[in-house]
Design a protein around this ligand. Sequence first.
Ligand code: GTP
Ligand code: MG
Length: 190
Amino acid sequence: MIIFVGRSNVGKSTLIFRLTGKWVRRGKRPGVTRRPVEVNWRGKVIVDMPGFGFMSGLPKHVQERIKDEIVRFIEDNAEKIELAVLVVDGKAAPEIIERWEKRGEIPIDVEFYQFLRELNIPTIVAVNKLDRIKNLQGTINYLAEKFGVPHSEINDTFVPISAKFGKNLDGLRMLMEKKLKEGKRTQDAS
Ligand SMILES: Nc1nc2c(ncn2[C@@H]2O[C@H](COP(=O)(O)OP(=O)(O)OP(=O)(O)O)[C@@H](O)[C@H]2O)c(=O)[nH]1
Ligand SMILES: [Mg+2]
């Protein structure tokens, strides 16, 4: 099982559609995917997760419930999950992280990354919307620092892509293959 997680509207569903060719609901506004959607692909189960974080128009308690459901799904399936792709909006993520930190809160992307690592789930961070990122290396270095990813592991963790415009999807595929091949145990050391 491979799960795609991330804030709402970052492009998870678009990415799954691009990678697999399987139809999944996508949309311009946040909150399109509301339940984990399983897609069979090349003998694997790909899961399109609902987005977490702020969604305008959704009451806070509904947002919290969605987040709890995601956490529960991941915990319940932790053994089965071979790989997680955490998708972030490369343009918006640094600003959002900054804002949460200023409020004294743990940014939700940081929280999820660490949660996945604690469960020993190999995780790739797909830095999406590459077409909108001005300073790519700066963005990746910033995210690595916030997520606690050491310098030596940046290239095996972060991959810039554009789901919408199909940029560097081969780079992502290659990293996914590599992580799947490594499996869970080699990640223990990190
Ligand atoms: N500019 C740009 N827009 C993108 C890119 N990838 C996806 N989008 C757009 O982002 C929006 C959200 O896409 P979705 O794939 O529905 O996002 P999601 O993460 O599945 O959202 P939820 O299901 O609500 O969590 C759509 O308007 C996409 O066209 C990209 O690489 N660049
Ligand atoms: Mg979606």
